[in-house]
Design a protein around this ligand. Sequence first.
Ligand SMILES: [Zn+2]
Ligand SMILES: [Zn+2]
Length: 176
Amino acid sequence: MPEQLANLIGVGLEWVVAVSGGLIVAFWVGLVVWTWRDIRTRSADIFAALLAALLALVFGPIGVLLYLLLRPKQSLAEQYDRALEEEALLREIEEAPACSSCGRPVQADWQFCPFCEAELRHPCQQCGQLLNPEWKRCPHCGARPGQTPPLPPLPAYVPPPPTERIQPLEPEQVAE
Ligand SMILES: [Zn+2]
Ligand SMILES: [Zn+2]
């Protein structure tokens, strides 16, 4: 009996060791896979990814902890969003109209610079809309700046009534 009991305990212990060993291996593999996926979303560098995965593989939980301390703060998607935001901001600053004379910010619809009194835009000679001095043609009416507006059309020729033009022949003239 005691021999059988000892065998049973031995088999039970083997099972416990096998199961916990399997769990630890699964946990270890999980750490490596998680680290690999995480670094891939944060860095396009394949060597950095390999290094991080190796860190998790060799040092397990400690390696992952180290990776968490050292990994890039932003994911690639966040970096992309940030770059887009910065680009949009830069473009906004570049496109904000500035006075060509003093360089201070002005509004697009101002005719004069309120700071240095320079003329920013001049009205179209034909339709009166404000034009950018660089424009070659008024976008509203098509007139070219500097060109005098066309003269109004001359009144159409009205022929005089026929009674004034053709003198009816006198009856005696017809007789002759
Ligand atoms: Zn100015
Ligand atoms: Zn115009």
